[in-house]
Design a protein around this ligand. Structure first.
Ligand code: NAD
Ligand code: MG
Length: 396
């Protein structure tokens, strides 16, 4: 018998974290969990740690350390708290690390895991958008790898023929179109957080659900694809596919297009990232195409979903523009969820922040200090975005 794989799950209490643990359970996967980490949800972390018995359970919110310790008393699971402890857990030397923290907060722990040469199953797209080239270079130099978990990128990863990468004509990302696909601008202007979070096909965390509603999620994913697959913006397209069955496609120079399909269930791309290049044997939901009857496609409407254009502009600007865009989006989405700005203000605030950062000449990244530069750009974009959001809030 081979030894169990040692794994760390960063963000274990979130939607992807839950799917990861559910997959381990359903597949009876031979894993030894070294660490589980969470942001604030200490009750769920305690429950998970009691079930999975990691060596350590880490809560980012230090005020919850005592609750965590009390909840784990007698289990032998060590309790720790704070951002440094999350990064330490990421660097415990696991074979496989699930990176599923939401937002740029995931960057430091993902980098810490990358430096150990682990296989990183990357759900946390914001870390890639924030400092993609540096993160990928660090993982490669340490002898590790980054396997995408985002369903679109997992699809492309699975159908991309490594020997033929130079013959790729286009990467085509599919998008569900989110809950407001058929809404007009006036209705979108009045959309509430509850409406934005009600995604038609996927049950996800609040932030990515809002990103799906603005389609900034697809904007972030275009940038993610450009870094992961070293592909310029001009060769990345988006098509709306409301059923979320085709997860993405690769078009080759000879006109042949390869797609990956499956029911919308995040455990499928997680299983792929866990077993790659093998395939995990587990009771996966199967695709019944006849039950769908038809699959439909349409072009995205850039007027109602300006985030797609903003992301393209960020890619054209290059350097720290994607970093700034991502940071501004995190600030704007938090303000929307807090009911301080309207739904359409999200993309407007991101565009305005990016413009201000660019006109201030604040987007340069030096290759040598790429991570430090990204963190500085992230911080200054957050400051500017907070000002922009405050102005919009006053006007509401
Ligand atoms: P979520 O909000 O459900 O979970 C986020 C997790 O991160 C939770 O465990 C939370 O406690 C933890 N966390 C939050 N802030 C933290 C901080 N500052 N420090 C440490 N931990 C923190 O989000 P999710 O839907 O699971 O998404 C996670 C990531 O995966 C995101 O980057 C998202 O874009 C990506 N993703 C999610 C899906 C999906 O279906 N949910 C699909 C593709 C990609
Ligand atoms: Mg996705």
């Amino acid at each position: 018998m081979t030894a169990p794989r040692q794994v760390v799950v960063l963000g274990s209490t979130g939607s992807i974290g839950l799917s990861t643990l559910s997959l381990f359970e359903e597949a009876a996967a031979p894993v030894e969990i070294l660490a589980l980490t969470a942001g604030r949800n200490v009750e769920r972390l305690i429950e998970q740690a009691r079930r999975w018995r990691p060596r350590v359970a880490v809560i980012d919110d230090e005020s919850k350390l005592q609750t965590l310790k009390d909840g784990l008393a007698g289990t032998g699971v060590r309790a720790a708290a704070g951002a440094a402890a999350v990064a330490e857990a990421a660097a415990m030397g696991a074979d496989w690390v699930m990176s599923a923290i939401v937002g740029a907060a995931g960057l430091a722990p993902t980098l810490a895991a990358a430096r150990t040469g682990a296989v990183i199953a990357l759900a946390n797209k914001e870390s890639l958008v924030c400092a993609g080239p540096a993160l990928l270079a660090i993982a490669k130099a340490a002898g590790g790898s980054v396997i995408p978990v985002d369903s679109e990128h997992s699809a492309i990863f699975q159908v991309l023929q490594p020997d033929c990468a130079h013959r790729v004509a286009r990467l085509i990302l599919t998008a569900s179109g989110g809950p407001f696909r058929t809404w007009d601008r006036a209705a979108m202007a009045a959309a509430t957080p509850e409406q934005a979070i009600a995604h038609p096909n996927w049950s996800m965390g609040a932030k990515i659900s809002v990103d799906s509603a603005t389609m900034m999620n697809k904007g972030l994913e275009m940038i993610e694809a450009s870094y992961l697959f070293d592909t310029p913006e001009t060769r990345i397209d988006v098509v709306i596919h409301p059923q979320s069955v085709i997860h993405s496609l690769v078009e080759y120079a000879d006109g042949s297009t390869l797609a990956q399909l499956g029911p919308p269930d995040m455990r499928a791309p997680i299983a792929c990232a866990f077993a790659w290049p093998d395939r995990l044997v587990w009771p996966a939901p199967r695709l019944d195409l006849a039950a769908y009857g038809q699959l439909t496609f349409e072009s995205p409407d850039l007027d109602r979903f300006p985030a797609l254009g903003i992301a393209r502009e960020a890619m054209r600007l290059g350097g720290g523009a994607p970093t700034a865009m991502n940071a501004a989006n995190e600030v704007a989405v938090a303000a929307f969820l807090d009911r301080r700005i309207g739904f359409l203000d999200i993309a407007a605030a991101v565009a305005e922040t990016l413009e201000r950062m660019n006109s201030l000449g604040n987007l340069a990244v030096a290759e040598r200090d790429a991570v430090d530069d990204a963190m500085m750009i992230d911080a200054s974009a957050r400051r500017i975005a907070a000002e922009v959001v405050a102005q919009k809030h006053r006007r509401l």
